[in-house]
Design a protein around this ligand. Sequence first.
Ligand code: FES
Length: 149
Amino acid sequence: MSPETPVVVLSRREFARLAGLACMAAACSTDDGGLTAPTATGVTINGNTMTLTVGDNPTLNQSNGMVLVPQRSVLVLRVASGQYQALSSVCTHQGCTVSTFDGSRLTCPCHGSQFNASGTVAKGPATSALRAFPTTFDSGTGMISVNLS
Ligand code: FES
C-alpha cells in the first residue's frame, strides 16, 4: 500500500449493509449456500394488498428463492414448490435487513440471528419472530398476493 492510499475502516454492521446493497440488483450466493434477496420487480401495492408474479421474479422458482420488497420491508420466499411466504425483512434484534435464505433458514447479516421460513427464531440473539403476512399463490397466473394488514 502506498502512503497515499486511503484506509477505510467499516464496522461489521456497515460492511454488511454495503454488501447487501451491492447484491440488491441481482441474486448473490453466500458462503453457506444461501441466497441474498434481489429486489422484487413488478410489485403492485393497492391498499393492504401487495402482488407480484413469479414470472417477473424468476428467483422465486429456485428452492432457496427470495425477493425483497424494500418499499414495504417485506421478503417473499419460496418455501416449497408453489408455496410462498411473506415475512417482514426487519430483524427483531436490532432492525437490520434480513437478507439471506438457504431454503430453510433466513439469516440476519448483522449479528447472525436465524429464522425459520415461517419467521420463528431458530437462533439468537433475536428472541422474537419476524412478522408473517398471509400469502396466497395462484398457480394459473403465477400471482403471489400478500395481505399486509
Ligand atoms: S440486528 Fe439482526 S441479529 Fe442483530
